[in-house]
Design a protein around this ligand. Structure first.
Ligand SMILES: CC/C=C\C/C=C\C/C=C/CCC/C=C/C(=O)SCCNC(=O)CCNC(=O)[C@H](O)C(C)(C)COP(=O)(O)OP(=O)(O)OC[C@H]1O[C@@H](n2cnc3c(N)ncnc32)[C@H](O)[C@@H]1OP(=O)(O)O
Length: 301
């Protein structure tokens, strides 16, 4: 899937061979990777082969303070995912967070507030790309959700094949866009409907539900809820179960199930980008984003 077509110089520069990142070349321990484990990645994404599971990589999101999906962060995630897809030694990825208490705060609001249409278009293209890359990945992708996961963070989780959520009442998950005065795009909606059903999705989307773990399990937005210190080990054991299936058969089946949903976006990516730019540029929407960003600041007292 072409990554750099139509992206501006900034993003193409970020997509340059990731090995440019000091100490993060495949085979050399990246800064802070501790015991020399062979890993790679970039400033905001650390990818470590799982020492206890052959063919499994753990992708740690580390864009403090809240793993908000900025353009740079999206680009680094895309680069890491592409490298894993192209490295045939890997069959599965566990996606998790290195930011305490937060899986991902979703799309970076500052990429959509006060930005020109060209930037919004570039940003939305990267958001589309991340979803398509995860949702259609040939790898087994398991979300080890160790923090709160609103909106874009929920979409990332829903795009995994399986979701393990830590049993901490603060770690709510959901597509809460209406609480911000915006809406979830059709492909966010489609993934939620596919996961929890039409009526539950309709209600959750309109009310901007953020489901605490027990409710998230009950409605089906996550597959398992476990004590916080068992999230990674549970993700690893589920991965082993999924990797026991022959890759080719599993990949063809995943594609059979997911391609119709992905095609709805693939067939209208440019129109979706234009719709997003028109929508997000509305004065009323910019005002909503401003009010929401102010609320976040006031919350800190
Ligand atoms: C007709 C329609 C046609 C077409 C429509 C087509 C498309 C429309 C599509 C529009 C876009 C929709 C899709 C949007 C998806 C999204 O993801 S929007 C983002 C949603 N995210 C949230 O609501 C989460 C907001 N954040 C929080 O609730 C909290 O920060 C937290 C619970 C995640 C963490 O709380 P704390 O630990 O207390 O941390 P703080 O709140 O103090 O935050 C620290 C710091 O980070 C900043 N920040 C937090 N979240 C974001 C974010 N998402 N983006 C940018 N920045 C964020 C926060 O402001 C603080 O900043 P500082 O004050 O420290 O500078």
């Amino acid at each position: 899937m072409a990554l750099t077509v139509g992206l501006r110089p900034l993003t193409r520069a970020l997509l340059r061979p990731w090995a440019r990142v000091p100490g993060a070349a495949l085979g050399r321990p990246a800064a802070g990777s501790g015991d020399g484990v062979r890993c790679f990645g970039s400033p905001r994404v650390l990818v470590e082969p799982d020492p206890a599971a052959v063919g499994v990589a753990v992708m740690k999101m580390r864009n403090p303070p809240v793993n908000s999906l900025s353009l740079e962060f999206l680009t680094e995630l895309l680069i890491s995912l592409e490298k894993l897809e192209n490295d045939k030694t890997f069959r599965g990825i566990i996606i998790t967070s290195d930011c305490p208490g937060i899986f991902s705060a979703g799309l970076d609001l500052l990429e959509m507030y006060g930005r020109d249409p060209a930037h919004c278009a570039e940003y939305w293209k990267a958001v589309q790309e991340l979803w398509l890359r995860v949702y259609l990945s040939n790898l087994v992708v398991i979300g080890a959700i160790n923090g709160i996961s609103p909106a874009g963070g929920c979409l990332l989780s829903l795009s995994c094949d399986y979701r393990v959520l830590a049993n901490n009442p603060k770690y709510a998950i959901g597509l809460n866009e209406t609480l911000l005065g915006i809406i979830a795009p059709f492909w966010f909606k489609d993934v939620l409907v596919n996961t929890i059903g039409h009526r539950a999705a309709e209600r959750a989307l309109q009310l901007g539900f953020l489901f605490p773990p027990s409710d998230a399990l009950q409605v089906g937005i996550v597959d398992q809820v476990v004590p916080e210190d068992q999230v990674q080990s549970t993700a690893r054991s589920v991965m082993a179960q999924w990797l026991a299936i022959p890759d080719h058969a599993r990949q063809l089946t995943k594609n059979l199930v997911r391609k119709p949903t992905a095609d709805r976006l693939l067939q209208q990516r440019d129109a979706d980008i234009q719709n997003f730019v028109r929508f997000i540029s509305r004065d009323s929407i910019q005002k909503s984003l401003h009010v929401y960003l102010e609320k976040l600041k006031q919350k800190k007292g």
